[in-house]
Ligand binder design. Structure first.
Ligand code: BES
Ligand code: MN
Ligand code: ZN
Length: 497
């Protein structure tokens, strides 16, 4: 989506529709500016009827007699005193959905001034809602939805005065960079496994060199030489070789320790020999949501030229059953020399993350954050609403929680108490890859903890948030890009740990 920002001059708008974001029960709103007043008059009876209240998640359309501007779409964001950036993201999404439904091709959006928020913050939230609100993965559908009418791709945000316009330009640039990262993550996740496999995922990551990211891909031979036993074991059931993707953004001072992101990139998770039931197995093309989030976030971070050093690591593989597949009972040796007993081949994500987390130590990172669609238990506990957060550093966890609250890419912390460690003790190896049904999200994280280096570490389980069957607001069906907005915000607000 392309954005421009201008100052509102009602009679100069040329668009299929103009959206006005309207507060609830605030009659003086339309008197706030002479230009707004003109739009109110053009909207005529819809406004004078009082039927449209400005309640959040509501909208209404008025038809004008103006040639250059046939429609005014009113979108409510609720009581002024209770505004949040999330309500504005949702308002942006509803606006673009209404405009798309009316087959509008060009759109203008009037951004209100709201006490307590800067024009930049508001513009970022609104542009994220606009850009993400009409996402759908339809590249393989010949007869495009919405009668083949593409949603508006060029949007003009209108500010009430010159000062506001100045701030909005900054916010829109951020909102666009962040949304493009989310959309990249959604596209990568939603692509079927016959399109995105460990090699093609690496090829897509390599395209990030266009924004100044250095990308290195380790081949199977290099992975063998290093001794990434977890990644090799998981990949050995299928014909596709694994890949290990390294993305480097050097935006910070030379020598400043990097922040490292690690993503689970299982391009298809059949469960392996511990095979999953058929129903719903297709969703497991989305089991690289962690990898997608890392790739999307690092693209946004580079586009925004954030002044930090950030490394993205992705372990990519399929998990397939076959005569060459790894099996329950196998013992494998990981990159840090520790061994794990395979209790269940469907607990594969932690095996590949183990090697990646050890690899991360090479960078002497100031923090390592891994993202993974790791456990069905996390989906059961938190649904699609929040990701599970676990880690070894309370300050890092706090920052992640705050970034999650700001972006509404939310996380809830679960404890890593030592009592849970009992569940993954093995009789034949250093650790067992499954702890049974109870506390499945926590035991998975404790398994990972066995393989971290000497750094502050956090693990974000996005099994529930990374994919959904129920679209809502700017969150679409399928791969959602969860984690991207959180990671970008975290780096934007970073100060050394
Ligand atoms: N990729 C799955 C977890 C998952 C399930 C993500 C549903 C999203 C939706 C993971 O590899 C897995 O299969 N985990 C097992 C672990 C168990 C065998 C210990 C699980 O959650 O059942
Ligand atoms: Mn699995
Ligand atoms: Zn998996």
């Amino acid at each position: 989506m392309n954005f421009t920002v201008q100052q509102l001059q009602a009679e100069k708008i040329t668009a299929d529709a103009v959206v006005v974001l309207v507060p609830q029960s605030e009659e003086s709103f339309w008197d706030g500016s002479a230009e707004l007043k003109k739009l109110a008059e053009a909207a005529g009876p819809l406004l004078t009827s009082g039927d449209f209240t400005g309640a959040r998640d509501t909208s209404a359309v008025a038809y004008t007699s103006w040639k250059k501007l046939p429609r005014i779409i009113l979108v409510g964001y609720g009581e002024t005193g209770q505004v949040s950036l999330e309500k504005l993201r949702r308002a942006g999404a509803l606006a673009i959905q209404r405009a798309a439904g009316l087959k509008c091709k060009t759109l203008a959006v009037v951004q209100p001034t709201i006490a307590g928020f800067t024009p930049a913050e508001l513009a970022q939230a609104i542009s994220e809602g606009l850009a993400l609100g009409v996402y759908s993965y339809d590249k393989h559908i010949s007869q495009k939805p919405n009668g083949g009418s593409p949603s508006p791709d060029k949007v003009t945000l209108l500010g009430l005065d010159a000062d506001q316009v100045k701030g909005m330009k900054v916010g829109v640039a951020t909102g666009k960079a962040v949304s493009d990262g989310v959309i990249l993550a959604r596209d990568l996740a939603n692509a079927p496994s016959n399109e995105i496999d460990p090699q093609t995922l690496a090829a897509r990551a390599k395209e990030l060199s266009s924004v100044g990211i250095k990308v290195t891909v380790l081949s199977k031979a290099q992975i063998q030489k290093l001794g990434m036993g977890g990644l090799l074991a998981v990949s050995q059931g299928g014909p596709m070789p694994p890949s290990f993707i390294i993305m480097e953004w050097h935006g910070g001072a030379r020598g400043e320790q990097p922040i490292v992101f690690v993503g689970k990139g299982v391009t298809f998770d059949s469960g392996g020999i511990s095979i999953k039931p058929g129903a719903g197995m297709a969703d497991m093309k989305l089991d690289m949501g962690g990898a997608a989030a890392v790739i999307g976030a690092i693209q946004s971070i580079a586009t925004l030229k954030l002044k930090r050093n950030v490394i993205g690591l992705v372990a990519a593989t399929e998990n397939m059953p076959s005569g060459t597949a790894f099996k329950p009972g196998d013992v494998i040796k990981h990159l840090n020399g520790k061994t794990s007993e395979i209790d269940n081949t469907d607990a594969e994500g932690r095996l590949i993350l183990a090697d990646a987390l050890t690899y991360a130590d090479r960078y002497k990172p100031q923090a390592v954050i891994d993202l993974a669609t790791l456990t069905g238990a996390c989906l059961v506990a938190l649904g699609n609403v929040a990701s599970g957060l676990m880690g070894n550093n309370p300050e890092l966890n706090n920052r992640i929680r705050q970034a999650g609250d700001r972006t509404y890419d939310r996380v809830v912390e679960l404890p890593l108490w030592e009592e849970y460690e009992e569940l993954i003790k093995s009789d034949v190896a250093d650790v067992k890859n499954s702890g049974g049904r109870g506390a499945g999200t926590i035991t998975a994280a404790l398994f990972l903890k066995t393989f971290i280096g000497n750094y502050p570490w956090a693990h974000i389980d996005i099994a529930g948030t990374g994919m959904t069957s129920r679209p809502s607001g700017y969150i679409n069906k399928g791969g959602t890009g969860a984690g991207v907005r959180l990671l970008v915000d975290l780096v934007q607000n970073w100060s050394n740990l």
